[in-house]
Design a protein around this ligand. Structure first.
Ligand code: IMP
Ligand code: MG
Length: 174
């Protein structure tokens, strides 16, 4: 049976999301912000974050990426499954991810969105997991840092399960 070890409770998550929203609201005062959520994992975090922003001009869109490997993780490539339909030319874009792990997804999506000629692109990840990083990317806004472990809950899944859990857990399978 998989074991769920508590990592972050909902009240700690809420405090961290509010702090991130405060920093983002300060940095994007008077700008036209487009939040771009990475499906599916970011849907809960993005909805909480968006409701805390104190900004007048916020738009929201989503995209979806998937990674395919041939069994050796170093040859993983990222593909776009669903693109945005918002016009981001000249806008300030913030990519919203549930978790930053190898960095492959965020670096691919940043390059992809640059081609749409936004005014700026920054990244936001609720969890920054450092141990398996393959490309040198850092998120501009981070909620919580962990070194390792497979996390579920608050949008994060294991084989599509656990996304609905309000708290975040370390999933131990043995
Ligand atoms: P990256 O491209 O390796 O940075 O991967 C980011 C994506 O991998 C995330 O958006 C998640 O979908 C998935 N992922 C990475 N680590 C975890 C985890 O601990 N739990 C659930 N999903 C994860
Ligand atoms: Mg994801």
């Amino acid at each position: 049976m998989p074991e769920l070890i508590p990592v972050l409770k909902r009240d700690e998550i809420a405090r961290k999301v509010a702090a991130m929203a405060k920093a983002i609201s300060r940095d994007y005062q008077g700008r036209q912000l487009v939040l771009i959520g990475v499906l599916k994992g970011a849907f809960i975090f993005l909805s909480d974050l968006a409701r805390h922003l104190e900004l007048d001009d916020v738009k929201i869109d989503f995209l979806r990426a998937a990674s395919y490997g041939d069994g050796t993780s170093s040859s993983e490539t990222i593909h776009l499954i669903k693109d945005i339909d918002t016009d981001i030319r000249g806008k300030d874009v913030l990519i919203v991810e549930d978790i930053l792990d190898t960095g492959l997804t965020l670096s691919f999506l940043t390059e992809h969105l640059k081609a749409h000629n936004p005014n700026s692109i920054r990244t936001c990840a609720f969890i920054d997991k450092s141990e398996r990083r393959k490309v040198a990317v850092d998120a501009d806004y981070v909620g919580h840092k962990v070194k390792e472990g497979f996390l579920v809950g608050y949008g994060l899944d294991y084989a599509e399960a656990y996304r609905n859990l309000p708290d975040i857990y370390h999933l131990k399978i043995d």
